[in-house]
Design a protein around this ligand. Structure first.
Ligand SMILES: O=C1O[C@H]([C@@H](O)CO)C(O)=C1O
Length: 550
């Protein structure tokens, strides 16, 4: 195995991802950031310089466990201090498992400003994936707003609340078309795209007939849940979040923010034609046009547009369609099985509510407020008063009606954390509920840092003790992100075997910003020597840490 070195500068750049010029956060002048490609077992070494003018930055390596390197998880206030402007921080960590991953900013709403890129881990030398393919494509999906993340952040934290609304454009590999469609000639009422900027040129997947391609698909959207389909073609799902799944064939896949998949695409259709790859919004009434890419059968010209309309996506609120897709995702035969019982069960009720008239999201009536000192340091060094004391609740009142808006919408804020016994097995039940408005319950994709977890069950309505008997302990899929459906619950199981402090949160950027997350701490006493640079800032910080007082 190798150490792979990268030297990055994070900074603002002018770009036109959807043919409209904006400023966004790029890396080395690129958007999306450079793709990291490595082999399982390699060490990644990223020397990251912050060249943003007036704000800190951190980068989270989404799906990478950071086993033994919890300080490299890249979560501001949790695993490290934000890196100050002009400072350099070294992220050094191992990538243990082959799969499709990505990285992104985890400070404020910087991910939504474009701070993301792909991280792809190939099988180690001498190892093979349990499926074969002739070539591959990488599709990093995102959504794009014309409003800046500063406008958004202030709006979300204002009274009255200003919601960010739906995105203007969906992007594939950082490119999209605003307010126009490549398929305008086939879709009544849509505008033709007239632009020459290569920033927003359509993505073309150039294929040969009768081959099998692996499409690596990851979503780092700020808000949108997505559905992806390819005209005339079926896909076989083989990977989810860096874990092999039992292969199954579909017409379309749903992908929520924070998730990744690999699908196999066999180019067995009429080769004289090209085909659309289309991505649309689900779970929220779509106001954003689908993003289109072109599957270009060689030797056709890539500019030969497909003759048929883009594939019809399922209705945005067809939750049965989405559920049946999620329920089909099961571990591949031979995959690691979960412990057959858990030592602890934590039930997390997700509610939208109010604090002093501000709109928030809370978990068991606590909205997460991050402390100024990163938990990893304050817990490792047992500092008092660095964050709120006390254990957050493990459950919610049995009188709470998850099908109705909260009778008392008022909630509280806290930075308290769940401390989990090292090496114990934990079940978490994510319970969805009605939001503040009547008859509204939204999709939330939850992402756990530092772990993969088994998805052991889903259900509608309120979770009940007797649902435990229905948990799938035979072939539950391992993942790092899982969705809770409107008015439903999702059960996960994991082993707390990774010393560190880990965020567990809704991957919707504005929802995290509104407090939708919790903190898990496990085995912090076993955390090795934390690089001082993670916990202090500047030379005075280093000097004081070294106790070399003048
Ligand atoms: O957090 C959210 O706030 C809005 C809405 O509930 C209030 O404007 C919305 O759709 C969210 O997901």
């Amino acid at each position: 195995s190798k150490t792979r070195h990268f030297k990055w500068e994070v900074g603002y750049i002018y770009a036109s991802p959807d043919c409209n010029e904006k400023i966004l956060i790029g890396i080395n002048g690129q958007f999306p950031g450079p793709t990291i490609r490595a082999k399982a077992g390699d060490t990644i070494h990223v020397e990251l310089k912050n060249t943003l003018h007036t704000e800190g930055v951190v980068i989270h390596w989404h799906g990478i466990r950071q086993f033994g390197t919890p300080w490299a998880d890249g979560t501001a206030s949790i695993s490290q201090c934000a890196i100050d402007p002009e400072e350099t921080f070294v992220y050094r960590f191992r990538v243990e498992k082959a799969g499709t991953y990505f990285y992104h900013g985890h400070y404020g709403m910087q991910r939504a400003a474009g701070l993301y890129g792909s991280l792809i881990v190939d099988a180690a030398d001498g190892e093979a994936e349990p499926f074969r393919y002739d070539g591959e494509f990488n599709l990093l999906l995102s959504d794009w707003y014309h409003q800046s993340i500063y406008d958004q952040t202030v709006g979300l934290s204002s009274k009255p609340f200003r919601w960010i609304g739906e995105p203007q454009t969906l992007l594939i590999n950082g490119r999209g078309q605003y307010n126009c469609s490549l398929a305008a000639h086939l879709i009544e009422g849509s505008n033709t795209c007239e632009t020459t900027s290569k920033d927003c040129a359509p993505v073309v997947l150039r294929v040969l007939p009768n081959k099998t391609y692996r499409l690596r698909i990851a979503s780092t959207t700020s808000l949108s849940s997505l559905n992806l389909a390819i005209g005339n073609h079926k896909m076989v799902v083989v990977e989810a979040d860096g874990n092999h799944v039992e292969p199954f064939m579909v017409d379309d896949i749903d992908i929520y923010s924070g998730e990744s998949y690999s699908v196999l695409l066999t180019t067995d259709q009429n080769p004289s034609s090209n085909y659309w790859l289309s991505i649309g919004v689900r779970g929220r009434k779509p106001k954003t046009s689908p993003a289109l890419a072109i599957v270009n059968y060689s030797p056709n010209s890539p500019s030969k547009l497909p003759e048929s309309s883009p594939p019809i996506a399922p209705e945005w609120n067809d939750y049965n369609h989405s559920k049946s897709f999620s329920y089909r995702i099961l571990a591949r035969r031979g995959a690691p099985k979960p412990p057959q019982s858990a030592d602890r069960r934590i039930v997390l009720l997700n509610t939208q509510n109010k604090i002093d008239g501000y709109t928030k999201w809370s978990i068991n009536n606590i909205s997460l407020a991050l402390p100024p000192t990163p938990y990893l340091g304050s817990m490792r060094y047992r500092l008092k008063n660095a964050f709120d004391a006390g254990t957050p609740p493990e459950n919610f009142p049995s009188s709470y009606d998850v099908m109705k808006p909260p009778t008392n919408p008022n909630s509280t804020q806290s930075s308290n954390a769940y401390v989990i016994r090292f090496n114990s097995t934990v079940d978490v039940i994510l319970q969805n509920a009605n939001a503040l408005a009547v008859n509204v319950s939204e999709i939330h994709p939850w992402h756990l840092h530092g772990h993969d977890f088994w998805v052991v069950g889903y259900g509608d309505g309120r979770f009940d003790e007797k649902d435990v008997a229905r948990f799938n302990l035979k072939n539950p899929p391992l993942r790092n992100t899982v969705v809770i459906f409107p008015y439903g619950w999702t059960a996960i199981r994991f082993v707390a075997d990774n010393p560190g402090v880990w965020a567990f949160h809704c991957h919707i950027e504005p929802h995290l910003h509104m407090g939708m997350g919790v903190i898990f701490a496990e085995g912090v006493e076993h955390v090795g020597k934390i690089p001082k640079e993670a916990l202090v800032c500047g030379m005075t910080g280093k000097m004081l840490m070294h106790n070399h007082l003048p």
